[in-house]
Design a protein around this ligand. Structure first.
Ligand code: G3P
Length: 218
């Protein structure tokens, strides 16, 4: 499973890269707005920092507008993936951009049928938002299971990129279901490492050796 960081915060990205746990980045207009920096330069800065795919989202909602913005995003760096909202105009743009060799990540997916449409349009990635499905009392992981099953049934090339991840269980469940990618907020990535028994066990190991009064090289 590939781990993308779901952030536009360069400090979080640099830390994740140091940990060796960043295979790519996803941004969205809200995440970039939080940084208080210009839109395109922020995507470019991140794409130059990270070797893997970096998703930058169009702001237009009409077909021609999305194409124009997508081409500007794609021109920023070879690893930019263009995020497109799930709409008739959006998926029409996905088909056109694929023909131009520009990879897309179809975002704001909340149903299996939407994911099926995105795969038929030729998206490189589909982003089902598990957390937001949970937020309205449905089961976000059920959506992931449906999408993975449908994509396997028809051997679609589109990759399932689980988004709107809220906690470590979303990551583990996505991996158990065979999703290709999880895009993870930095605070959730930090939590993946943590377990109280690990902390307690390490402390006990070190205490036991400290009790001998000897050091590492004794
Ligand atoms: O990549 C999409 C993700 O950023 C949305 O997450 O927490 O706003 O639902 P959230």
């Amino acid at each position: 499973m590939r781990f993308f960081l779901d952030t536009a915060d360069v400090r979080e990205i640099e830390t994740g890269l140091e940990w060796g746990m960043v295979d790519g980045i996803t941004t969205n207009p809200s995440l970039i707005a939080k940084q208080g920096k210009p839109y395109l330069p922020t995507v470019k800065e991140i794409a130059e920092l990270v070797d893997g795919p970096v998703s930058g989202e169009v702001l237009a909602t009409d077909y021609e507008g999305m194409l124009a913005e997508a081409r500007k995003l794609a021109a920023l760096a070879d690893n930019v993936v263009v995020k497109v909202p799930l709409s008739p105009a959006g998926l029409r743009a996905v088909r056109t951009l694929k023909a131009e060799g520009i990879p897309t990540n179809v975002t704001l997916c909340f149903s299996a049928n939407q994911a099926l449409l995105a795969a038929k349009a030729g998206a490189a990635y589909i982003s089902p938002f598990v957390g937001r499905v949970d937020d309205v009392g449905w089961d976000g992981m059920e959506l992931i299971e449906q999408v993975v099953t449908i994509y396997d049934n028809y051997a679609f090339d589109t990759e399932v990129l689980v988004a709107s991840i809220r906690h470590p269980l979303h990551v583990a469940q996505s991996a158990l279901l065979g999703a290709h990618v999880a895009t993870i907020p930095f605070k959730v990535l930090e939590k993946l490492y943590r377990h109280p028994l690990t902390d307690r066990g390490l402390e006990a190991f070190l205490d036991d050796w400290r009790a001998t009064g000897k050091g590492f090289d004794d």
